[in-house]
Ligand binder design. Structure first.
Ligand code: NAD
Length: 267
């Protein structure tokens, strides 16, 4: 397999550093650019030293257009920053893996539009386990129909900025699509006070934030006399980072289009 040259955007972040580390360890990948915001205190530093994998001779820069010499770019900056850079990604013309989460419908449409000109892998969760969980949820929802009440609970570290997580929203979307429900109408994000009985169609989505929880998601299917709980627990960011590097290698040389981790993992 030929080498994949990767540019990391959001390189000094929690995910950016782990992805940088895994790129440095993988003989089939090289880091060619490390991009941060203009206000980053790490500009000019060697990203390898920051990520703990030794000098890589790649200094952190704030000019995103410098990704243009790379085979693929990976963006883990957060929804607002990713959106503000879409025109630059179009201009650079480099295949793009987007790991950022927290996009609403219109913002997701803007990414779909970008994918008409460049190949884009866009996935709220890049772990193999979570993507298998998505498949299991599809199967369970299809089998139980409307007989069970559905609740989703997610927990993440105290620094996470968006809520509910993109993964929880994706779980809800998969279940809603299978049951012909509408997330905009049927999702319930908060309950308090004298709210009355639960409706049959609602999909509850609850959020917990605290400490250093890497990421936990449970979908509950609650019936009369029994309950199915499907849980995924991430104990290390490397599960997402590994998925992002796999996606980057898979994306190199593809045609323009929007791809998911199901495509990357062949699920
Ligand atoms: P973080 O805040 O630690 O990292 C974000 C980095 O982006 C920071 O270093 C920040 O300085 C940098 N940044 C800000 N503005 C920038 C700009 N204009 N250009 C380049 N870089 C800029 O956050 P994190 O925990 O690494 O998560 C990043 C995103 O990835 C979040 O949206 C998170 O929800 C998502 N995430 C996705 C997955 C997945 O599997 N898809 C897994 C974990 C996290």
């Amino acid at each position: 397999m030929s080498n994949t040259n990767i540019a990391m955007v959001g390189a000094a972040g929690r995910m950016g550093k782990r992805i940088t580390y895994l790129i440095s360890e993988d003989p089939a990948t090289s880091l060619t650019a490390a991009v941060e915001g203009t206000d980053s205190p790490f500009l000019g530093q060697d990203i390898g030293e920051l990520a703990g994998c030794g000098k890589l001779n790649v200094d952190i820069i704030d000019d995103i257009l410098k990704i243009s010499g790379s085979d693929v770019a990976i963006d883990f900056t957060g929804a607002a920053v990713t959106l503000s850079n879409l025109d630059k990604y179009r201009q650079a013309g480099v295949p793009l893996v987007i790991g950022s989460t927290g996009f609403d419908k219109n913002e997701t449409a803007a990414i779909e539009n970008l994918a008409k000109t460049i190949p884009v892998v866009f996935a709220p969760n890049m772990s193999l386990g979570v993507n298998l969980t998505f498949k299991i949820l599809e199967m369970v929802a299809g089998a139980i129909g409307d007989d069970f009440d559905i609740e989703i609970i997610e927990a993440h570290h105290r620094m996470k900025k968006d809520a509910p997580s993109g993964t929880a929203m994706k779980m809800a979307e998969i279940i809603a699509n299978k049951l012909k429900r509408n997330i905009d109408r049927d999702a319930v994000f908060c309950r308090r006070g004298l709210i009355g009985e639960r409706s049959d169609k609602e999909i509850g989505i609850q959020t917990i934030r605290g400490g250093d929880i890497v990421g936990e998601h449970t979908a509950m299917f609650c019936g009369a006399g029994e309950r199915i709980e499907i849980t995924h627990k991430a104990s290390s960011r490397d599960t997402f980072a590994k998925g992002a590097v796999t996606a980057a290698k898979w994306l190199k040389g593809r045609e323009a289009g929007l791809y998911s981790m199901f495509d990357v993992l062949g699920l």
